[in-house]
Design a binder for this molecule. Structure first.
Ligand code: ADP
Ligand code: MG
Length: 914
């Protein structure tokens, strides 16, 4: 990419090409291609896979297929403009002031857009000859993973671009690495991962866009998964070239070698380089202020796969909403950056007890000291989104309000650091924040403060953002401009007098500039002698006639000159300020991150106090002892409409498995999930909804629900359940925490019971992990007699006058019956059906008093997982048959040969059969 090519920082406010929208872009005769169409086709070809927004005056125009796609996607009118090679050119247009809105919709639909600007004033082009075309080029590719504008982003969420790289390690296993960047905040991380871990990592990061090499895109095993991602961009091999990776990365950061960032494996460097190369290509040479890449060590975060994430509703509910999720239940952050950081921490809880303790220390400091916490939280309300403003400024897409955000952010950071220093016994994480908050120079904020006015426009091209008195040259130009405006007002009064037309007005629009405006009646008068010597007719509209005069023309030129000069000076000042900000970007970014961390810490403390959460004790043991645990989301939901939440204990220490039985609606699922959520909260560094919690750090968390609906993916629910259970039994080790909710529900009773039975045995004997297993098969409670670490727990219910009352209390023991009929009654089944069901049940129970499970437990030897079942041996005849089949080459056979070969194979099969 040629970084030296001339590009403008923002859509330049160039005068429209004379009548741009009315000029045919291609000539009709003889299929000749006009110069403009030639330019369009060249630019379009250079940006494959993108819709081309081709700037013409105040519009971005789309042509040909692009126009058809966009008009359909955006619901805008499809028109025709001129002909190309004898055929009509379809066209549609987007006014520049609404471009963001349309971009947003196109990106959301998965399109990529190349934004092509005019790179010179049309007047310049005309100097080269009447037929010459305004120079244009693409200044930016807008893709889902590389957005910076507030209007295109969700303030509370990171928007990551993720690069997935593979190295073909000779004949052994492939190795993979991920690099992910949020260019709107500068976050940049890298991690290695195994093939089987890719989906879980991507689920954690939730990238807005994933890039892979063409070769990986074609990988047979990964293709279906990659294809299911919402925004996937395959790229040519060179982007993922390992040989040049280190150099590309070092060049991007302007350092001699990438060792400056720490030790990275070659495959990590490849992924990181791919991500920055893609950013360079989409930003066309603009360098966003990225933090140096941070390496995430394997196993540093709690591994949670996609099914578990959605099942536990960590970031959003199963139906996709933020409301009702764990995140929304615990989010007390004040700033958008804080909200993003909280979501990051929740998506990636830690596994190192020491790091977790540091985070908890910081939260504890604020829990103990409510005075400073409340003051801090009050003042956080005024803190701007420093990271995103910084990113826009550095990348050349910022406006005056972003400069003001930097100013306010730096002042706030200094203020917060002073206040935190006042805290007694400041814990490590907050001490680090204090240091970071001090980093940006106050002089930069002072400089911005002196330069910027009070009321700031959205765009720098609007002008008027520099304070009067900041630069004498600017004040002069503005005075001249305003003075001339007063002269125009005087001129209007004079013209009204000399013509005797009291309603005469001098107005301004973009097409005519300044003009004298009178009604049609009065127009006659100005067009006849003697007034027609002064007033020159310009335009007649429905009710008005418009004129100009020599004097007005001269004044207009003067005003335009002064205004142009004032704007030029302002833009120069803007660039100067932006350059100072860019020079300080590393320090500003660090302060921004520290502000977010302070917000999250104070927010978690506030939550802990508000909801009475306790500090968990997380260590290296295999403990899992929760006393008085509650479900953080259900508890809050109940809080608002009555009923108290019943707290429950749970002890899974040292690989214990709790088998929880009880009727429907008794609270089994709630109990299971609350324990998983408590582990997640503890390891992200939050206090937890419990009286006390002792947790040996969990390395992998699994949660599955029997017969969950997964119609969207088109798999049978039972199949999904089994695929997911298989994943757990194959992956969970002794540090894992496994939650299985009614596995085996999706099939016939005996099948389901058998599968649930064997699963428990496997968890107990092979995985040896901490687990909770809810089931409505109470037969399974018999297993506790054989499995020493299996503990039976049940939900207490009371029967009262034939009604079932749920106490939501978990107690030792087994449910003796499922109360299905009582639940059915609660649900409003007709009384006749309930009575009949009771009769049938009594019959069945009389017939089968001796539960089959008791016989099972005695008759079946215990699950023998350590003894692998031998793979069936293929006999020789069968092998010979396979070999015969392998030698056939259908493409080279005549139909007759093929038929004969088929007969021969059939004959051989006859022999191979026993
Ligand atoms: P199950 O899985 O046994 O069918 P759920 O866990 O779905 O039952 O719980 C059913 C409902 O009972 C929940 O939606 C909740 O409103 C209520 N509930 C569950 N646990 C408790 C509890 N500990 N305290 C109060 N209400 C609870
Ligand atoms: Mg349930």
């Amino acid at each position: 990419m040629d970084a030296a090519r001339p590009i403008m920082n923002e859509p330049p406010d160039l005068a429209p090409e004379a009548g741009a929208r009315d000029t045919p872009i291609a000539a009709a005769e003889g299929g000749r291609v006009t110069p403009m169409m030639e330019q369009y086709i060249e630019i379009k070809a250079a940006n494959p896979g993108c819709l081309l927004f081709y700037r013409m005056g105040d519009f971005y125009e789309l042509f040909f297929d692009d126009a058809e796609v966009a008009s359909r996607a955006l619901g805008i009118v499809l028109t025709k403009r001129g002909k190309h090679l004898g055929r009509d050119i379809p066209m549609c247009g987007v006014p520049i002031e609404r471009a963001d809105e349309y971009l947003h919709r196109l990106i959301a639909l998965g399109h990529r857009v190349a934004v092509c600007e005019q790179l010179e004033d049309p007047a310049e082009a005309r100097k080269r000859g009447a037929k010459s075309v305004v120079r244009r080029d693409v200044v930016r590719l807008v893709t889902p993973g590389t957005l910076t504008e507030d209007s295109l982003l969700d303030a509370k969420r990171n928007n990551y671009l993720l690069a997935l790289a593979r190295s073909r390690a000779s004949s052994t296993e492939d190795r993979f690495a991920l690099a992910w960047i949020d260019i709107s905040t500068g976050d940049f991380r890298v991690a290695e991962c195994e093939r089987t871990g890719i989906a879980a990592e991507v689920a954690r990061i939730e990238p807005g866009e994933v890039i892979v090499s063409d070769a990986l895109y074609a990988d047979a095993e990964l293709a279906p998964y990659l294809g299911s991602l919402p925004a996937l961009t395959p790229l040519a091999r060179d982007v993922f070239d390992g040989a040049t990776a280190e150099r590309r990365l070092a060049t991007f950061f302007g350092v001699a070698t990438s060792e400056a960032f720490g030790a990275f494996s070659r495959i990590e460097l490849t992924a990181a380089a791919a991500a920055v190369t893609y950013i360079e290509r989409t930003q066309i040479g603009k360098h966003p202020p990225l933090s140096p890449p941070v390496r995430e060590a394997a196993g540093a975060t709690l591994s949670i796969d996609q099914a578990t994430r959605s099942n536990l509703e960590l970031i959003r509910t199963i139906s996709g909403e933020r409301r009702g999720s764990l995140l929304s239940a615990i989010d007390r952050t004040i700033t958008a950056a804080g909200s993003r950081l909280l979501a990051q921490r929740l998506a990636a809880p830690l596994t190192d007890p020491v790091e977790i303790a540091h985070r908890l220390d910081a939260v504890a400091a604020f829990v103990d000291d409510s005075g400073p916490r409340n003051d801090l939280r009050r003042d956080l309300k005024a803190v701007p989104d420093l990271a995103r403003a910084l990113s826009r400024i550095v990348i050349g897409r910022g406006g005056p309000r972003d400069l003001a955000a930097i100013r306010d952010g730096i002042f706030a950071a200094a203020e917060f650091s002073a206040r935190l220093t006042a805290l007694a016994n400041i814990p490590r994480d907050l001490a680090q924040a204090v240091e970071s908050l001090r980093r940006p120079e106050a002089t930069l904020a002072d400089q911005l403060g002196r330069a910027l006015g009070e009321e700031l426009p959205a765009f720098r091209r609007d002008g008027g953002f520099v304070r009067t008195g900041y630069e004498p040259g600017l004040d002069e130009a503005r005075a001249l401009r305003d003075e001339s405006r007063r002269v125009i007002a005087a001129l209007q009064v004079r013209y009204a007098e000399t013509t005797g037309i009291r309603s005469l007005k001098i107005r301004h629009n973009n097409v005519l500039g300044y003009f004298v405006d009178v009604t049609a009646q009065n127009g006659e008068k100005l067009m006849s002698a003697p007034l027609n010597a002064t007033f020159i007719h310009r335009q007649t509209t429905a009710g008005q006639v418009r004129f100009t005069t020599t004097e007005l023309g001269e004044l207009e030129a003067k005003i335009a000159n002064a205004a142009d000069r004032a704007l030029a000076i302002e833009l120069e000042i803007f660039d100067r300020l932006a350059a100072s900000v860019t020079a300080a970007s590393a320090a500003i970014k660090e302060a921004a991150d520290a502000l977010a961390a302070v917000d999250v810490t104070a927010a978690l403390a506030s939550l802990a106090v508000e909801r009475d959460y306790a500090r968990p004790d997380v260590d290296d043991s295999l403990a899992f002892a929760i006393s008085g645990g509650r479900h953080p989301v259900v508890e809050q939901a109940l809080g608002s409409d009555g009923g108290p939440f019943v707290a429950n204990d749970c002890d899974l220490s040292a690989g214990r498995i709790w088998l929880v039985t009880g009727p429907n609606m008794a609270g089994k699922s709630t109990f299971l999930r609350q324990n998983a959520l408590i582990a997640v909260l503890a390891q992200m560094g939050s206090f937890v909804p419990a009286r006390a919690a002792h947790i040996g750090a969990v390395d992998r968390l699994f949660s599955r629900v029997g017969a969950a609906d997964d119609l969207a993916r088109g798999r049978s629910t039972f199949m999904v359940e089994m695929v997911e259970t298989a994943a757990i039994l194959n992956q969970a080790g002794e540090r894992a925490l496994v939650i299985l909710d009614e596995i085996g529900r999706g099939t016939a009773t005996f099948d389901g019971l058998s599968i649930a039975w064997a699963t428990i045995e496997h968890l107990h004997e092979v995985n040896r992990c901490r687990a909770l297993f809810a089931t409505h098969f109470h037969e399974m409670t018999a297993l506790a007699a054989k499995l020493p670490r299996l503990h039976n727990a049940t939900m207490r219910v009371k029967e009262w006058h034939g009604e079932v009352v749920f106490l939501h209390e978990v107690v030792d023991g087994a449910a003796d019956r499922s109360y299905g009929i009582q639940v059915a009654k609660l649900a409003g089944l007709p009384p006749s059906v309930i009575e009949r069901a009771k009769l049938v049940l009594a019959q069945l129970e009389a017939q089968d008093r001796t539960s089959p499970a008791h016989r099972l437990i005695d008759d079946l030897p215990l699950f023998a997982a350590t003894r692998p079942t031998a793979t069936p041996q293929r006999d020789d005849a069968f092998t010979a048959l396979l070999e015969a089949l392998a030698t056939l080459h259908p493409d080279e056979m005549s139909p007759r040969d093929a038929l004969e070969a088929l007969y021969a194979l059939k004959a051989q099969l006859g022999k191979a059969r026993p």
